[in-house]
Design a protein around this ligand. Structure first.
Ligand code: ZN
Length: 542
């Protein structure tokens, strides 16, 4: 870089640094920090950032390894064994099988307050198996599960951040506890409410939750989206010969059909913000046998606790009515639950300052070309990868409907935020094989490292700025809990449905094992698969 351009760029860089320093300084002044304290925080953040950079390789290996396991909700056995192994080797104490969930664990290091809990989901999606780094649909194992939501990346973000901060805490003798925990069975909204019920967050001062995104962002207040209760209804009747003596039977499938018709007619009288959907999980065995058993699985989503409960109760009544119409009996089983989310304003502001400081990774032309090719493949607008973080915005004045995440349950027992880090391509369908394509490529790796820096810097803010922990608590009790009505959605008898997906995993695991990432032998997972990144088109067979 020479001449005028370089001078201009240098001037711009100096100006940007000045702005950054001014804003950091004024933040510190607002918080009543001395210059010495602010300088110490700056120094620690720079060191933590270097600590993350020094662990780039570990970040890539963790990301790619979990990607290659591709485990469904409640079946995250290899993933949990591997991650707890990494943590144990680094001095963390592990508690396994928490909340009665075999794949759940909590890892802790340090002592005293603040207790900072870093969480991220680890499960994947059915039928989303996909070779990474190629811009076309090609499952690694036909029909197998895969990381079509990118949950392979979040623990790498958190663990690398924790190790970088731990190194600093040891050297500087900083008090505080780091806690790392996995979002087990997030795709079924299956674990976090049980974690809360088991008291996992009782002593926690702040929860930093990370989730893959296609940009850098965080939010406070109630973000777009819903909470939900997920329930399976099972009708029990009596079988009989469907042609010779149909009158002797009591048809459980008819009860399911009547329940669905009842619910669909009732939709017109529900608030437009509700979202509800069902699948028939058991429709009988064969047509000449009147089905003695049939099941239907519902998601009832709404914006707040009261409306979720209300719709759940309507669903229960319709189920009872369908049972009456068919002389069958109905029982129900809660499969999952997610409270509506509410995120902490002071922590979100601290996170945003760190997002702005770290910035989105500098993407190469290859990465942008690849992203556009994948967008073209799935008919999404071809904008490539995002190059700017999203600014922090106030929550929508009116809550907006959408999807759910059971981090909501955690957000009502401890000050919580979610950080989205830029490891994926924008404009993909979601819950789809194409969302897995970038998740073991340099795009994911760079996003993980950037996300990790933001987490590490925010942990330093929480360790070094007691007033941030205090403000977070004040917002939590005086704003969040005061202005919202929290109702329990789980009953005391509801239990995590840990057997779900066992059969599917057993069926696919033997073949998937052939594709587990061997980090001792291959630099990256793409190397192991023989994928040259980026591969834009399938080579025609010779
Ligand atoms: Zn997710």
């Amino acid at each position: 870089m020479f001449g005028e351009t370089a001078t201009k760029m240098r001037a711009a860089a100096v100006a940007a640094a000045a702005v950054l320093l001014t804003s950091t300084a004024s933040l510190a002044q607002q918080a009543g920090e001395t210059n010495a304290a602010a300088a110490r925080i700056e120094k620690f953040k720079a060191l933590a950032s270097e600590g993350v950079d020094a662990r780039r390789k570990l970040a890539q290996v963790m990301n790619d390894t979990v990607f290659s396991f591709g485990e469904l909700a409640y079946q995250e056995f290899e993933t949990s064994k591997y991650l707890t192994g990494v943590l144990e080797k680094n001095g963390f104490t592990i508690e396994r099988g928490v909340a009665g969930i075999p794949t759940a664990w909590v890892a802790k290091w340090g002592s005293g307050h603040p207790v900072i809990a870093l969480g991220s989901d680890i499960d994947c999606l059915p039928k989303a198996s996909q070779k990474p780094g190629v811009a076309y649909h090609e499952p690694l194992v036909e029909g197998a599960p895969g990381h079509g939501e990118g949950h392979n990346s979040g623990q790498a973000v958190n663990i690398v951040a924790a190790l970088a901060v731990k190194e600093l805490m040891e050297r500087e003798k900083l008090p505080g506890t780091l806690m790392i925990w996995p979002g087990v069975a997030e795709e079924l909204l299956g674990a976090k409410a049980y974690f809360v019920r088991a008291g996992m967050f009782r002593d926690v001062d702040a929860v930093l939750f990370t989730h893959v995104g296609d940009t850098f962002q965080t939010t406070w207040g109630q973000p777009q989206g819903t909470g939900l209760i997920s329930v399976e209804y099972t009708f029990e009747g009596e079988s009989s010969h469907a042609a010779a003596r149909p009158w002797r039977g009591r048809n459980a499938l008819r009860a399911v059909e009547l329940m669905n018709i009842g619910w669909d007619f009732r939709r017109e009288q529900l608030r437009p913000e509700q979202r509800s959907h069902y699948v028939i999980t058991n429709g009988g065995d064969q047509p000449n046998v009147i089905p003695p058993l049939a099941s239907v699985w519902y998601f009832f989503r709404e914006l707040d606790f009261e409306n979720i409960k209300r719709n759940y109760e309507i669903g229960n009544r319709i189920a009872e009515a369908a049972a009456m119409m068919t002389d069958t009996k109905v029982t129900r089983k809660v499969v999952g639950e997610a409270a509506p989310r509410h995120f902490n304003k002071p922590i979100a502001e601290a996170v945003q300052a760190n997002i702005d400081r770290v910035g989105i990774p500098r993407w190469t032309d290859d990465e942008q070309t690849f992203a556009k090719a994948v967008q073209r493949l799935v008919d999404g607008p071809e904008i490539g990868l995002n190059t700017k973080p999203k600014p922090l915005e106030p929550p929508p004045a009116q809550a907006i409907s959408g999807g759910s995440d059971d981090i909501g349950d955690v957000s009502w027992v401890a000050p919580t935020i979610t950080l989205n880090y830029p490891s994926n391509i924008p404009n993909l369908p979601g819950h789809n094989w194409s969302n897995a394509i970038a998740m073991a490529t340099p795009i994911a790796h760079k996003g993980v490292v950037a996300g990790s820096k933001v987490v590490a810097m925010t942990v330093i803010d929480l360790l070094e700025r007691p007033e941030l922990v205090k403000d977070a608590k004040t917002y939590f009790t005086d704003v969040q809990l005061k202005n919202n009505k929290v109702l329990p959605l789980l009953s005391d008898t509801d239990q995590p449905q840990v057997g779900i997906n066992r059969g599917t995993m057993e069926r696919f695991r033997p073949e998937m094992r052939n594709y587990y990432y061997d980090a001792a032998k291959y630099d990256t997972y793409l190397d192991q698969l023989g994928v040259k990144f980026p591969t834009l088109a399938k080579t025609p067979a010779p």
